[in-house]
Design a protein around this ligand. Sequence first.
Ligand code: GAR
Length: 219
Amino acid sequence: MLSQDITAPRIVVLASGNGSNLQTLIEATRRPEFPGSVVAVGCNRPHAFALERAAQAGIETFVVDHTQFDSRAEFDTALRAEIDRHTPNLLVLAGFMRILTTEFVRTYHGIMLNIHPSLLPKYPGLNTHQRALDAGDDIHGVSIHFVTEDLDGGPVIAQAEVLVAPGDTADSLADKVREKEHLLYPIVVRWFCEGRLQLSGDTVQFDGEPMPRPFYLKD
Ligand code: GAR
């Protein structure tokens, strides 16, 4: 059963690498008053540090190694089977670096969130920090959005900005953006777990009303 409408939301997090966002979510959800818990962490890379973080926190993990599958569809089917064993109410992509099939995205429609390191709709896809630098942007940032079939194009829920300083590199920008990510993702996950966030068609609803614009995290 996949539903947002229960009292203690079960969160499954998918990650591919370091898992620093996973870490902040684990810490946030461990606070006594947090209205949901991370019940499992899945990775497509067997040696991802995110798996160690989850294990350290005593959270169940699973690996579905994409290199072991002939097609994206087969990989996604195996991934769905693992996810569904944990009957999630919320699926959180936290640095999960695989493009998902339409069928997968439809399965978790309205309950799947992604964090993306740019101010969407700017720079969907990869190398966002370098692209912001190459474009001469003064402002860069992070977005959290519902996942739809449109790659990095689902309705944006929340954003946070960082200033691009002279001398910034892709790495220094990534660090600045990650700091904001660690503040923003727990806020949005909490809203979802509290039942305050819904996806209705292409519109984000907050407290039952269409969100006129994404929430902006102030400094
Ligand atoms: C984060 O910066 C996240 O925004 C990005 O991967 C990083 C993961 O860091 N996600 C994407 O690029 C998705 N397209 P983490 O493993 O330390 O949480």
